[in-house]
Design a protein around this ligand. Structure first.
Ligand SMILES: *[C@@H]1O[C@H](CO)[C@@H](O)[C@H](O)[C@H]1NC(C)=O
Ligand SMILES: *[C@@H]1O[C@H](CO)[C@@H](O)[C@H](O)[C@H]1NC(C)=O
Ligand SMILES: *[C@@H]1O[C@H](CO)[C@@H](O)[C@H](O)[C@H]1NC(C)=O
Ligand SMILES: *[C@@H]1O[C@H](CO)[C@@H](O)[C@H](O)[C@H]1NC(C)=O
Ligand SMILES: *[C@@H]1O[C@H](CO)[C@@H](O)[C@H](O)[C@H]1NC(C)=O
Ligand SMILES: *[C@@H]1O[C@H](CO)[C@@H](O)[C@H](O)[C@H]1NC(C)=O
Length: 464
């Protein structure tokens, strides 16, 4: 027991936090600066004119795309493997983020989601059929209008049809770069070379259905990987007590409490408008719920919310911008600013980095036919990756936000190199990797091992 504790203490010292650069979401005076105009970035449409592509857009974050992609010198380096991970696209809010009564009538009938089983044995192949969920509003269910405030036929959450369009475009753009421009992807889908993966949350499957169709239009259906719910590394859902303990340490820190206290008036105003119980802990321990509710409306072109009993009591644009700044502050604080945020990312997302490391090494060692691994995940997944790598500048990873790891072989020296892209550009950090632009693979692997151990034994030790 004593030995165990001593080992953990030694390993802990290896995870060194490097503070991010100061930005407008680091400093509460700036976060609450009421004379500020609108925030940098877009919150009210998926569309961005080409001249502005690359700007932060919460509704549809920039990703790898032909016109902005910077190519590596192909006479010197050969692309050998690509790992893509991105957040799902825009959706309805989670049920817990809906106001007690929502005044919008919301229908999601222009797309159906399919959930069904199919035998793999040829003899039984016809013994099941495709089943689609027809969302239905049951007027005899007395709880229908109580559980979430929306009148209509949507699930909370589900990817909206506009979010499916963004997913399809995301697939086209990725294929535009890795298929057409670089001629790297196989022209026909081949599961030995190309692999897609989702989390247990069905919205990631909604998204991948459009992404894959855009990339491989001739396929009728494919299998995507999914891990068991209890230890899914991608979402992540594996349990790690120390990660939970650090998370609550972060949200009970004086700085976190200070931002909530400074927001007391804003909370009162918002609770008046929304009808949310001012004593609800869920709504008042972070801005997560107000953010999700408000971003959903604006991203889908709806007006800001009004009180259900008084249509002239409405959220203002000013309040919405303040909610968004607070959301950015919270992500920045939890995943980058707090001294233990790196430890938090390492413990809560180390399992994904362990498998990523092995995929890269297996490729470099000639033991893998896989060329392209594509994961659809969540804001928490992307934030943890950025925290783990110690990105220099963090805002809430918006819809579709994407990290790409590209593995190259040096044609002149036979060495392996790694490049990481975020928002379609080189990912820059304040950590030891500095700019993840053609860094030796061994440095990247060394960094991962410094965080979780050679074969995740430090991670297991922490979490166990
Ligand atoms: C508040 O924002 C205004 C306008 O951008 C700026 O001039 C001022 O310096 C800011 N105040 C603080 C305390 O950051
Ligand atoms: C989105 O907001 C910007 C700035 O706040 C505004 O100029 C633009 O017209 C809005 N776009 C839509 C589609 O509402
Ligand atoms: C399943 O249905 C298809 C299409 O009707 C048919 O061609 C095939 O022979 C069937 N397979 C079996 C095992 O019944
Ligand atoms: C739900 O919306 C429909 C269509 O607008 C309306 O007829 C119905 O009265 C609404 N139900 C409630 C409970 O608000
Ligand atoms: C409705 O809200 C407006 C704007 O806040 C307020 O002036 C008005 O008194 C409210 N009406 C009622 C009936 O509460
Ligand atoms: C960071 O975590 C360590 C180990 O749990 C703890 O001793 C330390 O107080 C934490 N730092 C802060 C600023 O909370």
């Amino acid at each position: 027991m004593l030995l165990f504790a001593a080992l953990a203490a030694v390993d802990f010292a290896q995870i060194v936090h490097h503070a991010p650069i100061q930005n407008e979401f680091s400093d509460l005076d700036q976060v609450f600066n009421s004379s500020r105009g609108t925030n940098h970035g877009i919150y009210n449409s998926s569309f961005v004119p080409s001249s502005r592509y690359g700007e932060y857009n919460f509704c549809n974050m920039p990703h790898v795309r032909k016109d902005t992609y910077s190519q590596v010198d192909q006479s010197e380096y050969k692309l050998q493997f690509v790992e893509v991970i991105h957040r799902h696209h825009k959706r309805t809010p989670y049920a817990q983020n809906c106001f007690p009564v929502e005044t919008l009538v919301l229908h999601c009938d222009d797309a159906v989601n399919n959930y069904y089983s199919e035998f793999k044995t040829p003899a039984q192949i016809n013994n099941t059929m495709k089943i689609s969920w027809a969302n239905y509003q049951n007027r005899y269910n007395p709880f229908n209008f109580i559980h979430n405030g929306y009148n209509g036929t949507c699930q909370f959450p589900e990817i909206s049809s506009a979010g499916l369009e963004d997913s399809y475009q995301h697939g086209l753009d990725l294929y535009g770069v890795y298929g057409e421009l670089l001629e790297f992807l196989p022209a026909r889908y081949d599961p030995k070379q190309v692999r897609f993966r989702v989390t247990n949350n069905v919205i990631t499957s909604h998204v991948v259905s459009a992404v894959v169709k855009a990339m491989y239009p001739h396929e009728k259906g494919i299998e995507v990987k999914v891990e068991a719910d209890g230890f899914d590394a991608l979402e992540p859902t594996y349990s790690c007590e120390i990660a939970d303990a650090i998370a609550s340490e972060i949200t009970s820190s004086s700085e976190w409490q200070r931002h909530l206290a400074k927001a007391a008036d804003l909370y009162d105003e918002l609770d008046d408008i929304s009808g949310v119980d001012p004593n609800s802990k869920d709504w008042h321990q972070s801005f997560d719920h107000y953010f999700d509710n408000t971003a959903f409306r604006l991203c889908h072109g709806y007006d800001l919310a009004c009180n259900s009993g008084n249509s002239s009591l409405c959220m203002t644009q000013h309040q919405a911008e303040q909610i968004f700044r607070l959301g950015d502050f919270e992500y920045n604080y939890k995943f980058r600013i707090h001294e233990n945020s790196t430890l938090y990312a390492a413990t809560s997302y180390g399992a994904y980095f362990n498998e990523l490391k092995h995929r890269l090494l297996e490729k470099a060692n000639g033991r893998s036919s896989l060329k392209y691994s594509h994961n659809v995940a969540h804001d928490g997944s992307i934030a943890r990756i950025l925290g783990f790598l110690q990105v220099d500048y963090l805002r809430w990873p918006g819809m579709g936000s994407e990290v790409v790891f590209e593995l190259y072989e040096g044609l002149n020296d036979g060495e392996w190199y790694l490049r990481a892209l975020y928002m379609g550009r080189i990912l820059t950090t304040t950590g030891p990797l500095v700019e993840t632009d053609m860094i030796p693979l061994r440095d990247f692997v060394g960094y991962i091992e410094s965080m979780i151990g050679k074969d995740a034994e430090v991670l297991v030790n922490y979490c166990g």
